[in-house]
Write a protein that binds this ligand. Structure first.
Ligand code: SAM
Ligand code: SF4
Length: 491
C-alpha cells in the first residue's frame, strides 16, 4: 500500500507528478505506417445486411469469455437488428462490463486551454474561419485559476484540450500549461493525472510531452473514411489524413504507451468507423504489442457556426449508439471506453452499464469556462449533461456505481503492455477496486455535499460487502487511513 504524496511529508512512496514514473525502456522502432483497408469493410458490411441468428449467438457466446472478438466477429454483431438479438447483445455487454470493471466509473474533467485553430473542420466551433467566436489562450494565471476551480470541485484527473494554433506558434505553450496544472496546489488537493488531447505531434515533440509526465495521449481520427475526411476538413494541417492516422505510432515510438483513439460519430456510417477502428487497433497491437488504452465515442453535437453539426450527415441514433458501445465493449474488453458530457444524463445512465468505464462530469468546453472568464460563453460544442460533479456523483451512487478518482496505475508505472498483462488475467481488480473506494472516500470527505456524502458512504458499504475477503480487508485498511486524514492512499 502506498501513500502517493507529491508533497512528500508522510508517504511510504513519494512520486513527482512532473516526472514520468514509467521505468526506462528501449523505445520501439518505426513500424510500417497504418492503413485503413476499405475493401474488406465494405464486404463485411454487405454480409452484415443478412443476419444469421446462429452465428450471432456463437459470437455472443465467445464474447462472454471476455477475451475479445475478431474483426469478423465484430462485423457479425453489427448485423444485429431485431429486439431479441439486441437484448442478448446488451445483456452480454453488461455481463462483461461488470466482470471486468465491477461497479467502478473513473471521473475526469476536460480543461480547455486555448481555442485558436488553424484548421477548418466543418463540425467544430473552433475552426479558423468562425470569426464570431471569441478566442482565448489562457495565461498562466488564468490556467492556475481554472485548475484551482477543478480541484475545488474534487477533480483529480483532467483532459487538457486545445485547438491547433498556440501562442507564438510554439508547442512549448502546451508543455508549460501541463507544468502549470501539475504545479497548482490547493488546500484541498491537486491534479494527479493530466491526459492530453492536442493536434498530432512529431516523435521529438511526443518525447517532450512524455517528459512532462502526461497520462494518456488522446486523439480522434474523426472519420476513418478517407473521402469523407477530405470533405469535412477544408483547410489547415489537419487535412493530412495519414499524418493523423499514424499519430499513435509516433506517440508509442516516443515511449507514450497509453494512447486513446476515437471517431467522431455522425460524419460517416458508424459501422464503417467501428470496423476501421478494429483495423487501427490491430495495427497497434501488431506493431507495439499493445492496443489503445482507451476509445472515445463522441457523437457530433451542435456547435457555434457549424451547419454540419446541426444536421450530421450520418447521425447516429440512440439505439445504434448503445449498440456500438456494447459491441466495442465485447470486442476489446480491457480497453477503457470514455463517454463525455456531450450525451444527456439519461443516455449516459444507459451507456454506463453497456460498457463505459470513464466519464467526464461538470464539463465546460471553452477556455476559462470554469471561472466564467469574460468571453468564455461559447463552448466547442453543446453539452447534453449540465449537472455539477456533485450531482453526477450522487446519481452514480444511487445507481450502484462507485465513482473512482484513482490515478495510481500510470504513476506506479503500470502502463501500456504492463497494464494489459495485469488486466487480462483479472489481476488489476485487486488494485482498482480498493483504489476506487479510497479515492472516492477522499472525495466524500473533502468535497461532497451532505446528501452526496450520505449516498456515497452507503454505496461504499454495499460495494465493500461484495468484495472477496482479502480485497475487502485491504480496502477497509485503506478507508481507515483516509478517515484518519491520510490522502492519496493506493495499492
Ligand atoms: N484540435 C485537436 C483536434 O482536432 O484533434 C484537439 C482538440 S479538439 C478540440 C477535440 C475533439 O473535439 C475533436 O477531435 C473532435 O472530435 C471533437 N469535436 C469537434 N467538434 C465537435 C462537435 N461539434 N461535437 C462533438 N465533438 C466535437
Ligand atoms: Fe481545430 Fe480541433 Fe476544432 Fe478541428 S476539431 S477546428 S483541429 S479544435
Amino acid at each position: 500500500m502506498s501513500t502517493l504524496d507529491p508533497k512528500g511529508p508522510s508517504g511510504l512512496k513519494v512520486l513527482n507528478h512532473a516526472a514520468n514514473p514509467a521505468p526506462t525502456r528501449t523505445l520501439p522502432q518505426a513500424p510500417p505506417a497504418p492503413q485503413i483497408d476499405e475493401a474488406p469493410i465494405g464486404a463485411a458490411l454487405a454480409a452484415a445486411a443478412h443476419p444469421d441468428k446462429v452465428r450471432i449467438r456463437e459470437v455472443l457466446a465467445k464474447a462472454r469469455e471476455a477475451r475479445g472478438l475478431s474483426y469478423d466477429d465484430v462485423a457479425v454483431l453489427m448485423s444485429v437488428t431485431d429486439d431479441e438479438d439486441t437484448s442478448l447483445l446488451f445483456d452480454t455487454a453488461r455481463e462483461v462490463k461488470e466482470h471486468i470493471y465491477g461497479k467502478r466509473l473513473v471521473l475526469f474533467a476536460p480543461l480547455y486551454v486555448a481555442n485558436q485553430c488553424c484548421n477548418e473542420c466543418t463540425y467544430c466551433a473552433f475552426r479558423a474561419r468562425n470569426s464570431e467566436l471569441p478566442r482565448r489562450a489562457l495565461t498562466t494565471a488564468e490556467l492556475e485559476r481554472e485548475t484551482r476551480a477543478l480541484i475545488d470541485q474534487g477533480h483529480k484527473r483532467v483532459l487538457l484540450v486545445a485547438g491547433e494554433s498556440y501562442p507564438n506558434g510554439s508547442f512549448d505553450y502546451i508543455l508549460d500549461a501541463i507544468r502549470t496544472v501539475y504545479g497548482v496546489r490547493s488546500e484541498r488537493g491537486e491534479i494527479r493525472r493530466i491526459n492530453v488531447n492536442v493536434a498530432p505531434l512529431s516523435v521529438e515533440e511526443f518525447k517532450e510531452l512524455k517528459g512532462c509526465g502526461i497520462g494518456t495521449y488522446q486523439l480522434f481520427q474523426e472519420t476513418y473514411h478517407r473521402q469523407t475526411y477530405a470533405q469535412v476538413h477544408l483547410a489547415g494541417k489537419k487535412r493530412d489524413f495519414d499524418w493523423r492516422l499514424s499519430v499513435m505510432d509516433r506517440a508509442m515510438q516516443a515511449g507514450i504507451d497509453d494512447v486513446g483513439i476515437g471517431a467522431l460519430f455522425g460524419l460517416y456510417d458508424w459501422r464503417f468507423e467501428v470496423l476501421a477502428m478494429m483495423q487501427h487497433i490491430r495495427h497497434l497491437e501488431q506493431s507495439f504489442g499493445v492496443g489503445p488504452h482507451t476509445i472515445s465515442v463522441p457523437r457530433i453535437e451542435p456547435a457555434h457556426g457549424s451547419t454540419l453539426a446541426d444536421a450530421p450527415p450520418h447521425a447516429v441514433g440512440d439505439d445504434d449508439f448503445f449498440k456500438l458501445v456494447a459491441i466495442l465493449r465485447l470486442a476489446v474488453p480491457y480497453t477503457g471506453i470514455i463517454l463525455s458530457t456531450r450525451e444527456s444524463a439519461a443516455n449516459r445512465r444507459m451507456a454506463f452499464a453497456l460498457g463505459i468505464s470513464q466519464i467526464s462530469a461538470g464539463s465546460r468546453t471553452q477556455p476559462g469556462g470554469y471561472n466564467d472568464l469574460e468571453g468564455a460563453d461559447a463552448g466547442q460544442f453543446a453539452v447534453g449533461d449540465h449537472r455539477t460533479l456533485d450531482e453526477v456523483v450522487r446519481d452514480l451512487c444511487e445507481l450502484g456505481y462507485i465513482p473512482s478518482y484513482c490515478t495510481a496505475c500510470y504513476r506506479l508505472g503500470r502502463t501500456g503492455r504492463d497494464f494489459m498483462d495485469m488486466a487480462k488475467p483479472g489481476d488489476i481488480r485487486s488494485h482498482c477496486d480498493p483504489n476506487a473506494l479510497s479515492t472516492f472516500a477522499e472525495y466524500l470527505q473533502d468535497y461532497a455535499s451532505p446528501a452526496t456524502r450520505a449516498a456515497g458512504e452507503k454505496a461504499i458499504q454495499e460495494i465493500l460487502a461484495g468484495f472477496a475477503l482479502p480485497v475487502q480487508n485491504n480496502a477497509r485498511r485503506m478507508l481507515q487511513r483516509i478517515a484518519d486524514g491520510k490522502r492519496d492512499v493506493c495499492v
